[in-house]
Write a protein that binds this ligand. Structure first.
Ligand SMILES: [Fe+2]
Ligand SMILES: [Fe+2]
Length: 369
C-alpha cells in the first residue's frame, strides 16, 4: 500500500516518459469470457444500453471546429478569473518568485496543453479498459452496454487529439503515474477491478476535472467539447456504480479489503500525477526544487481535493468507505476529501441531472443553432 503523505522523493523517482516513445505494451493476462446466456436480466444496464444507443454524436458534425482558438487570449481570460492556481507567497526564494506576467502566461499555456494531453491519454486508457470489460465481464447486458462505451471513448480520443493538434499546436507525452495506473488496471484479472480502476476512479476524477475546466474556461469550443464528453462520462460512471453495486453486495470482508486498498492506491497515484513536473521542467524549473512547495500550497490543495468530488460518494455507495471498520473512510479523512461523501453518487447524478441537462443543452446550444 502506498503512503498517504506526499512522498516527494518516491514520486519524482519515477522517470518521465521518453518524449520519443511511440508505443507502450501493457501486459493484459485476462482470458476472454463468452456467455451463452443471452437473456436480458439486468433492467438498469439494458436501460443504459438503450440510452447509449440514442445518445451517440458525431464529433465532426456536432462540435464547432470552425471557431478559432486564441490560446494566449483564452488562457489570459481564465487567469483573470482564477489566478494562476498557485499562492505566490509559497515560492519565496525560488526562481518562480521573480516570474512576471509573461512567464505565468507561458506556464498557463503549457499547463493547458499538459492537462488536455493527460485527458487524451486517459481517454485512450478508457478505450482499452472498456474493450477489456467487453471481454471479461460475465453478464450479457454489461457486455452490450460496454460495447457502446468503447465507441464513446474512441470519440473522446478523437476530440482531444484534434483539439490538441489543431488548436493548441501539440501536447505532452503521457504522465508516468497515469501510465502506471493504467498498467495496474489492465494487469488485474478480476473483472470488477477494471471497472473499479476505470469507471469509478479514473472516470470519476475525469468527470470532476472536466466539470471544473468547463465551468472556469470561457473558450466556446472547449466548453462545448467538454459538455458532450461529460454527457457520455456521466453514463460511464453510472454503469460502473450499477454493475459494482450488484457485485460488491455479495462480497466477503477480505474480498472488499482488496478493493478498498486498490481504490486507495489508485487515489494516491492520481493525486500524484497532477504535479505537472513536465511543465515545470519546460519552464526551466527543476521539479525537485518546486514540487515539495506545491504540496503545501493551500491553493493547490483545494484543487487536488476537488478532484475527488465524484469518487468519494461512489465509493460510499458501493460500500467501500465503510466495510472493514471504515478502512477507506479513514484514508479519505487523512487525504481531506471525506466531506464529498454527501454528494450524489454517479447513478443518482446521471438519472437526475445529466440526462436532462444534456437533452436541454442540445436543443438550446447557441453554437449548434
Ligand atoms: Fe471518455
Ligand atoms: Fe468514459
Amino acid at each position: 500500500m502506498k503512503p498517504n503523505s506526499f512522498d516527494v522523493d518516491a514520486i519524482l523517482a519515477v522517470p518521465l516518459t521518453d518524449p520519443y516513445e511511440k508505443q507502450h505494451f501493457s501486459p493484459n493476462p485476462s482470458p476472454a469470457l463468452f456467455t451463452w446466456d443471452y437473456a436480458s436480466s439486468r433492467d438498469n444496464l439494458s436501460r443504459l444500453y438503450e440510452k447509449a444507443k440514442t445518445g451517440q454524436w458525431n464529433s465532426n458534425t456536432t462540435l464547432p471546429w470552425h471557431l478559432n482558438v486564441d490560446v494566449e487570449k483564452t488562457v489570459s481570460q481564465d487567469r483573470e478569473l482564477l489566478g494562476d492556481g498557485f499562492d505566490p507567497s509559497h515560492y519565496r526564494g525560488t526562481v518562480v518568485e521573480s516570474w512576471g506576467d509573461k512567464e505565468w502566461l507561458e506556464f498557463g499555456i503549457h499547463s493547458r496543453k499538459w492537462i488536455m494531453s493527460q485527458f487524451l491519454h486517459g481517454e485512450q486508457g478508457a478505450l482499452i479498459c472498456t474493450s477489456k470489460i467487453v471481454e471479461t465481464v460475465p453478464w450479457y447486458d454489461a457486455k452490450m452496454y460496454a460495447s457502446t462505451q468503447v465507441m464513446d471513448e474512441a470519440r473522446h480520443v478523437e476530440v482531444f487529439a484534434r483539439y490538441l493538434s489543431e488548436k493548441l499546436d501539440g501536447g505532452y507525452q503521457v504522465n508516468p503515474h497515469l501510465r502506471l495506473l493504467l498498467d495496474d488496471v489492465l494487469l488485474d484479472q478480476r473483472w470488477d477491478m477494471t471497472y473499479l480502476g476505470m469507471q469509478i476512479m479514473v472516470e470519476g476524477l475525469a468527470l470532476a476535472a472536466f466539470g471544473y475546466l468547463r465551468q472556469s474556461t470561457q473558450e466556446p469550443l472547449l466548453k462545448e467539447l467538454l459538455r458532450y464528453v461529460m454527457s457520455d462520462e456521466a453514463r460511464h460512471v453510472a454503469f460502473g456504480v450499477l454493475s459494482l453495486k450488484e457485485a460488491y453486495d455479495g462480497m466477503s470482508d477480505s474480498e472488499m479489503k482488496d478493493r478498498q486498498e486498490f481504490a486507495y492506491d489508485a487515489s494516491i497515484r492520481m493525486r500524484d500525477r497532477f504535479i505537472q513536473q513536465e511543465v515545470w521542467e519546460h519552464m526551466g524549473v527543476k521539479s525537485k526544487d518546486i514540487v515539495p512547495l506545491t504540496f503545501n500550497d493551500p491553493t493547490r490543495k483545494v484543487f487536488q481535493q476537488m478532484l475527488f468530488a465524484k469518487i468519494v460518494p461512489n465509493c460510499k455507495k458501493l460500500g467501500l468507505l465503510d466495510r472493514n471498520d471504515g478502512w477507506l473512510r479513514q484514508r479519505f479523512q487523512e487525504m481531506g476529501v471525506i466531506d464529498f461523501e454527501h454528494m450524489p453518487s454517479g447513478d443518482q447524478d446521471y438519472e437526475t441531472h445529466q440526462a436532462v441537462e444534456y437533452a436541454e443543452d442540445r436543443e438550446m446550444s447557441p453554437v449548434n443553432a
